[in-house]
Design a protein around this ligand. Structure first.
Ligand code: H2U
Length: 355
């Protein structure tokens, strides 16, 4: 009998942040790399689209007009999933029926006044202003007595259910810590109590020593494909210093956050030479006033594309009924992403035209 090999044999990998497992089937992807580069789908967009409800000066569906903003712009979601003024209460019946009211505030953030840009095409200095906005919103929303968790996220691409290509993200903040960050709270706390150190600081150090799952890094951040990644090109950006949340980042760490966000998303766009869809979001300490010294700031990216700009990974069948599964190994994906250029493919085309 051969020896167990992570690159050859079906196995399950453990995610210590969420206490969950993923089934990895490397033998199914023994075939050579099939990530064909497709002709870029036409994504030509106007710099200002008069029909876009996020462009400066345009009316929103809620009736308000956007101001003539010049860099970032944030507003309360006109169709907020959570509301500030709701009657408080609980409902229960035996051990089966349980419900609780939920208070919250939802915001929409426009990353840029330019309708035709995306994060990888924006200047690093402009992305830095997005980071600053995240910091301000996390602080302002979190300072509300009834807000105990602030979820910052970005849905990019129609395939992810994003309703508008204008570069934007969202923030949902609420009274309860939702289950994904709650799991991460419990598991980071347990690790910290056992080892006296941050789970992610120890993990990043081990990954940097090993190198096989690293995508790119700068002075203050590392982007890697987690050992336990579920999505084909799932990645995580982690701060090298153990900080609990974005408010604690220094100015040069915020610059580094913006720089690695751009670099990683350029690599993503370069995979299939199309605007790479994903859901991404920041996980950080709850805003319930407790110290949460074990929390370690990170941003996760969950892109659905698998083998081409149109073939995506579906979380169906076994995944819905049993547990998540992947074919290509995280090491394979990391190596692919690492090898891709830091120059955006559109930039390269433009450069070639003018050379
Ligand atoms: P997506 O990131 O999923 O495309 O969502 C955009 C958000 O913008 C969505 O939550 C909000 C929607 O409720 N929105 C407004 O707040 N005002 C509008 O005029 C249109 C869309």
């Amino acid at each position: 009998m051969q020896q167990f090999d992570l690159n050859e044999h079906p196995h399950r990998r453990y995610n210590p942040l969420t206490d969950t497992w993923v089934l990895v089937s490397p033998h199914r992807s023994k075939r050579p790399w099939q990530g064909q580069v497709e002709k870029p789908l036409s994504d030509h967009r106007l710099e200002h689209d008069p029909t876009c409800y996020l462009c400066p000066g345009n009316p929103r569906i809620g009736g308000e007009d956007n101001p003539d903003y010049k860099d970032t712009y944030v507003f309360t979601n006109d169709f907020s999933a959570l509301l500030e003024n709701v009657p408080q209460g609980r409902f229960s019946k035996g051990d089966i029926y349980k419900a609780e009211s939920q208070q919250g505030i939802c915001k929409v953030i426009c990353f840029s006044p330019r309708h035709d840009l995306t994060i990888p095409e924006m200047e690093t200095s402009a992305i830095r202003r997005v980071v600053d906005l995240w910091v301000n919103e996390y602080q302002a929303l979190g300072s509300n007595e009834f807000i105990n968790y602030v979820q910052i996220f970005e849905n990019k691409g129609q395939i992810m259910g994003c309703s508008n290509p204008h570069p934007h993200g969202q923030i949902w903040s609420q009274s309860t810590v939702p289950q994904e960050p709650a799991r991460k709270t419990d598991n980071q706390r347990a690790y910290y109590q056992k080892h006296g150190s941050s789970l992610l600081a120890d993990y990043v150090q081990a990954e940097l020593e090993d190198g096989i799952r690293i995508v790119c890094e700068n002075e203050h951040f590392v982007a890697l494909v987690p050992f336990w990644a579920v999505w084909p090109f799932e990645t995580m950006m982690v701060s090298k210093r153990h900080v609990q949340n974005i408010v604690q980042l220094t100015d040069s760490e915020k610059d580094a956050f913006a720089e690695i966000y751009k670099r990683l998303t350029i690599k993503y766009d370069n995979v299939f030479e199309v605007s790479f869809p994903y859901s991404a979001g920041i996980h950080q300490s709850p805003t319930d006033g407790l110290p949460h010294e074990y929390w370690h700031l990170h941003m996760s990216f969950f892109p659905p594309l698998l083998r081409s700009a149109t073939v995506k990974k579906f979380m169906v069948g076994y995944e819905l009924l049993a547990e998540p599964q992947r074919d290509v190994t995280p090491e394979f994906s990391a190596q692919k992403l690492r090898a891709l250029p830091d120059e955006h493919y559109k930039q390269k085309i433009m450069r070639a035209l003018f050379e």
